[in-house]
Design a protein around this ligand. Structure first.
Ligand code: XMP
Ligand code: MG
Length: 184
């Protein structure tokens, strides 16, 4: 498969690479201001948050360390199961750390709500969330997301780390999938 094949699978682009970059500049400035003088630990949620972690962390002027967790709340399809499993835990002790969870997207909020209470039980100084996207119409759990890139419509999206059956993560933009992709 070449890149033009991937392009044909996209119905419309929601966020361009330029829009994402400009918003990340603003988010990084806010995070720098809020964590000045603090020892910041960025916790990325694999695999979707890889792009936003790379792009956001490089914009920070705050010294930060990075760790990763893998959880599973979705199968290969598009519906939330509500069941969260840890596939890979952190290597870092969170005691007295300022933790910023870096996520791709807040959909129902079930994954992050679970992750928040899990990380908060480990004795950190603080835990906040930065998410590239949020779907306000879909939120089922009330969670405070301190830094939000974009509020997007309640549609299934791919690209910029987000997948459909593990594909499309490497698209530099965020778009919706053409119906023929679900149908085949
Ligand atoms: P919840 O519903 O728990 O979902 O907030 C969080 C995780 O579900 C995935 N997710 C998506 N993945 N396109 C995707 O490719 C989407 O539109 C979408 N919505 C949710 C994602 O992994 C997120 O972290
Ligand atoms: Mg995710």
């Amino acid at each position: 498969m070449d890149l033009s094949d991937i392009g044909n699978d996209i119905d419309h682009v929601l966020l361009t690479e330029e829009q994402i970059g400009a918003r990340l500049d603003e988010m990084a400035a806010q995070i720098d201001a809020d964590y000045a003088g603090k020892d910041l630990l960025l916790v990325g949620v694999l695999k979707g948050a890889v792009m936003v972690m790379a792009d956001l962390s490089r914009r920070l002027h705050t010294a930060a360390t990075m760790d990763w967790m893998a959880v599973s709340s979705y199968g290969s399809g598009t519906k939330s199961s509500g069941v969260v499993r840890i596939l890979k835990d952190l290597d870092t002790d969170l005691t007295d750390r300022h933790v910023l969870i870096v996520e791709d997207i807040v959909d129902s909020g079930l994954t992050l709500s679970w992750l928040l209470s899990n990380l908060r039980s480990r004795g950190p100084a603080s835990v906040e969330i930065a998410a590239a996207m949020r779907k306000p119409d879909a939120v089922k759990v009330d969670i405070d997301v301190r830094y939000v890139g974009f509020d997007i419509p309640n549609e299934f999206v791919v690209g910029y780390g987000l997948d459909y059956a593990e594909k499309y993560r490497n698209l530099p933009f965020v778009g919706t999938l053409a119906p023929h992709v679900y149908e085949r």
